[in-house]
Design a protein around this ligand. Structure first.
Ligand code: AMP
Ligand code: MG
Length: 487
């Protein structure tokens, strides 16, 4: 266990030089205080969880203090936003403080979001509000606990610093952790500005730091692209299987590591709705829940375009072609597990599709359905769940097929089925209304609810005493919250 002043830095991205990032110091926020910290994320840096309580912790992550070895930098990148190319983005309000390596030898980027203006701030104030900082913190840690790759969040630091959005709010900072902050948009930036040497330097950095096994392949860049395609196919399969809607899948928000990254007005589905749009400024539904699958491919093709200096168009096209079948295989595998199946059978895909259609028609709660399906033997579970469906005939037909399918695999091994299903079907999900309740309290200065919710979501598969209210269906008002896109 380490104290705060014992972190070991090795700032490899900063060493790439000024063409890749600009030195900027964080601008402190007033009266910094700890809102919430993640002991699990602190463990990634070997930090003793107790240090979160020390005033120096809030000072460091509120921009007042800096380690001597830190090298705060704003990274430059571009990207496709809602389908259109934006030539100049970059860290407009976040800074890469440096890279820390832990006792296991892993490197973690420390990225302070809301740290003030940078050369890439455009018209923005460089700040992040408390509400969006809490949402990013909760989502990062909740996704990780669900087994969905994500950037991590060490803490949220609140303040008295006023910021203006639709109304006056308070500034906050989130300390984000990720093995890399390189986005698809980094490659796009050097490609579209026609700087092949810098693009190559970036590519070599990424290969050496994050895809060393690809360097042993005859075509390292192609091997890396293939890996990025595979990871994204798997990531998006997990989002779809667990009902996560990212909301802003612009290429500047896509990590080359295939982790969930840059949270906007994201949502976990309450009622199942394939057409759900969580981002209210997304008029066309470009990033609707079911569109995440083709958009994943669209984003990968934008990256492929930027990699044409390194890889033949033919090879890129062929590799892109792997995305959809890989996605489908991962998705079906996850859904089989959610339904409690051990093996794969011919009709499984149809069984999943029929169920989703029935859920869609009746507005059935997506997460709870699977949890309850594993609570009891299949026959009694479907009999109880039946009441949630409007099309009873349709559900009965599905339930009959489902029970027959279950019977194919096990007879009388009920406790194992329950354990197996509960291990993949969460009881607790970061529903928007739960986050909102915690945010409302935090905006009044009471952080207890954020901390409790974080704790519940850190262990989403296990029933926790006294936490039943977190596992209930959301109230009607809670399903229709408009989450502000400003952050
Ligand atoms: P996002 O929608 O958060 O992914 O941000 C898109 C771009 O806008 C990135 O370049 C951000 O750094 C920048 N940005 C977002 N909010 C602000 C802000 N309040 N001040 C400065 N830049 C911002
Ligand atoms: Mg972004």
């Amino acid at each position: 266990m380490k104290a705060l002043d014992e972190l070991t830095f090795d700032n490899r991205f900063a060493r790439l030089g000024d063409a890749f990032s600009t030195h900027v110091l964080p601008e402190p926020i007033d009266a910094p205080r700890l809102v919430v910290a993640s002991p699990a994320a602190m463990a990634l840096l070997d930090l003793d969880p107790a240090v979160a309580q020390s005033p120096v912790f809030a000072e460091l992550f509120g921009g007042h203090k800096l380690w001597a070895e830190a090298e705060p930098r704003a990274m430059v990148y571009s990207g496709h936003q809602f389908g259109s190319y934006n030539p100049q983005l970059g860290d407009g309000r976040g800074l890469l403080l440096g890279e820390v390596y832990n006792q296991a030898g892993e490197h973690w980027d420390l990225h302070l979001k809301g740290a003030g203006q940078t050369p890439y701030s455009r018209m923005g104030d460089g700040r992040a509000v408390l509400r969006s900082s809490i949402r990013e913190f909760l989502a990062s840690e909740a996704l990780h606990a669900l087994g969905i790759p994500s950037s991590r969040a060490l803490c949220v630091i609140g303040s008295d610093t006023p910021v203006w959005r639709e109304k006056q709010e308070r500034a906050a900072m989130v300390l984000r952790l990720a093995p890399s902050h390189v986005r698809f948009g980094h490659f796009e930036y050097f490609y579209y500005t026609q700087r092949p040497e810098q693009q190559k330097a970036l590519g070599e950095h990424v290969l050496a730091m994050h895809f060393p096994e690809c360097l042993e392949q005859p075509e390292p860049y192609l091997a890396m692209f293939r890996e990025i395609v595979e990871r994204n196919a798997e990531l998006i399969a997990k989002w779809q299987a667990y009902g996560f809607c990212h909301g802003v899948m612009n290429t500047d928000n896509m990590s080359i590591l295939g982790i969930t990254f840059d949270f906007g007005p994201f949502a976990f589905l309450d009622d199942f709705d394939a057409h759900f749009i969580c981002n209210h400024s997304d008029d066309q539904g470009r990033y609707s829940f079911s569109n995440q699958v083709p958009i994943g491919q669209w984003n990968l093709s934008a990256l492929a375009q930027a990699l044409t200096p390194f890889i033949s168009v033919e090879a890129l096209r062929e590799t892109l072609g792997l995305y959809l079948p890989l996605y489908q295989a991962h998705y079906l595998d996850l859904m089989r597990r959610r339904l409690g199946f051990i093996t794969g059978e011919e009709g499984d895909q149809a069984l999943v599709e029929q169920l989703l259609q029935l859920m869609q028609n009746s507005g059935v709660d997506y997460s709870l359905f699977f949890r309850r399906l594993g609570d009891e033997p299949a026959e009694t579970a479907v009999a109880r769940l039946r009441d949630d469906f409007v099309d009873l005939q349709g559900f009965d037909a599905w339930a009959q097929r489902y029970c027959a399918r279950v019977a194919l695999e096990h007879d009388g091994d009920e406790p194992q089925r329950r354990t197996r299903m509960h291990a993949v079907n969460p009881l607790y999900i970061l529903r928007n209304y739960l986050a909102q309740k915690a945010i409302d309290a935090a905006e009044r200065g009471d952080y207890a609810e954020v901390r409790r919710l974080h704790q519940v979501l850190s262990n989403p598969f296990e029933q926790q005493p006294g936490m039943d209210s977190y596992a209930e269906r959301p109230p009607e008002w809670g399903k229709h919250l408009e989450i502000s896109c400003s952050s």
